[in-house]
Design a protein around this ligand. Structure first.
Ligand code: ZN
Ligand code: FE
Length: 259
């Protein structure tokens, strides 16, 4: 059995969104198409049929293109959570569901990840982790609807995945996130090296994504609440002892909101 590999490419949209496109032969699927136009341009240019859309959460920059794509591909499947906030979903999924993608000969498992929104999900499979606005490189999503506790638990489900899992997030926020991460943990050498690498990528107009779980554990302050340096930074900044993991996470998220 000689199966062609699945190509995964970011289709840029808006200022800093990536619409991840997974392609095998002449079939492809996309994750979080906030805008239909760049997707339609891409599939036309490469003569592809769009078979599935995966949706992580309802925000317009992740769903705005669905209506137009469904119009262009009437047989398409739209896979997402059962929510009145996400119209056009044809395949409703919930935590633990397996999603088979026949056109790519692959499948994903659904992870419920409340925090950024209350019904945010991620898709995890052999091809990697597609985690929307939950985990970013060196950062995490804003807490629009969930509590810090929920978000921290959601992130812990992701860090429980195999360390070599490729992490495909929706936004190119990496450089700004790294600046914040270095403010919290200035002597983290992995982070310093990562900043140099990420700056080079962006100068060359190349994405900093995907990352891996292993890399994120080394550089992402929101996954590093046990770092003594982060605890020290927060304790000095807030003039109280900040050591407990949820407290560290909560204060980091609050600080980042105004950074
Ligand atoms: Zn969002
Ligand atoms: Fe977003």
């Amino acid at each position: 059995m000689s199966e062609k590999p699945v190509n995964i490419v970011p289709i840029p949209a808006f200022q800093d969104n990536y619409i991840w496109c997974m392609q095998q032969e002449n079939a492809c699927i996309v994750v979080d198409p906030g805008d239909a136009t760049p997707v339609l341009d891409y599939v036309e240019k490469h003569q592809l049929t769009l078979t599935d859309i995966l949706i992580t959460h309802h925000h317009p920059d992740h769903t705005g293109g669905v209506k137009e794509l469904v119009k262009n591909f009437p047989d398409i499947r739209v896979i997402g959570i059962d929510s009145s906030r996400i119209p056009y979903v044809t395949h409703k999924v919930t935590d633990g569901d397996q999603v088979d993608i026949p056109s790519l000969n692959t499948s994903f498992r659904v992870l419920m990840l409340p925090g950024h929104t209350k019904d945010h999900i991620a898709f995890y499979g052999d091809l990697g982790l597609f985690c929307g606005d939950t985990l970013f490189s060196a950062g995490c999503g804003r807490l629009f609807e969930g509590s810090p506790e929920q978000m921290q638990h959601s992130l812990s489900r992701l860090t429980d995945l195999p360390s070599d899992t490729k992490v495909y997030c929706t936004h190119e926020y990496t450089l700004a996130n790294v600046s914040f991460a270095l403010a919290a943990e200035p002597n983290n050498q992995d982070l310093q090296r990562y900043q140099e690498w990420a700056q080079g990528q962006r100068k060359a107009d190349t994405p900093t994504l995907p990352s891996t779980i292993e890399e994120q554990l080394a550089i992402n302050p929101f996954l590093r609440t046990s770092s003594e340096e982060i605890q020290k930074t927060l304790s000095e900044k807030l003039a109280r002892n900040v050591h407990e993991s949820l407290d560290v996470f909560t204060e980091l998220r609050r600080w980042k909101d105004h950074f």
